[in-house]
Design a protein around this ligand. Structure first.
Ligand code: FMN
Length: 186
């Protein structure tokens, strides 16, 4: 496995740009992903305000019960700086009008999102997958004028990293992997 996933961290403070990711798999090759690349100050401010209001009005209280203080303060900082000051916000949507089966919508969009995150990391850009704004999905849709047939699934801030991050903190792969049947250690 190449080293790129180790460099794909949730970057919540930024300096610059985006990249493509549409070679991903999708159910029946329906390719339902939609990316709205937002650079405009006014729309970025609206997206930031939506995220911040959700964070302030319950998101933080919910997260603080189980999220470590390091992550919590990183998100606080990001919220205060309008998605960490990212110059580009990518709103990710799913086009429900193109024949994708409802059971595979997310599974058919997030591989492309992961490609985008990995490409960003490989090119030295910072990114983060965020979904908090999808809690108020109608407000999110209105900001980027998504038609009714497109479901908003995530917002990805992209930019030049403001500071280096360490490797991702993850449980060992072996603790998540089973041999032949569930319950047999790897
Ligand atoms: C489905 C999903 C939703 C997420 N939503 C948010 C979010 O709304 N805001 C945020 O700052 N980070 C969000 N994250 C990023 C996670 O908090 C992050 O991946 C996790 O804390 C591990 O940190 P790391 O990626 O820096 O290693 C989300 C990640 C996933 C997979």
């Amino acid at each position: 496995m190449p080293d790129v996933p180790r460099r794909s961290r949730s970057r919540r403070r930024h300096r610059a740009h985006p990249h493509g990711a549409t070679h991903a798999p999708s159910a029946e090759n329906t390719q339902p992903w939609v990316f709205v690349v937002v650079r405009d100050d006014e729309r970025r401010a609206k997206l930031g305000a939506l995220a911040r209001s959700l964070w302030d009005r319950g998101g933080r209280a919910y997260a603080s019960a189980h999220v470590d203080s390091h992550t919590l303060s990183a998100i606080d900082e990001s919220m205060a700086l309008n998605f960490g000051g990212a110059p580009v916000l990518i709103v990710v949507g799913a086009d429900l009008g193109g024949g994708v089966h409802p059971s595979t919508v997310a599974a058919s969009v997030f591989p492309a999102v992961q490609n985008l995150l990995l490409a960003a990391a490989a090119l030295g850009y910072g990114s983060a997958l965020t979904t908090i704004t999808t809690v108020m999905t109608e407000e999110l849709r209105a900001i980027v004028e998504l038609p009714d047939t497109i479901e908003a699934l995530a917002v990805i801030p992209l930019g030049r990293p403001a500071r280096p991050l360490g490797p991702p903190r993850r449980q060992p792969a072996a603790s998540k992997t089973h041999r032949e049947r569930f319950g047999t250690a790897w």
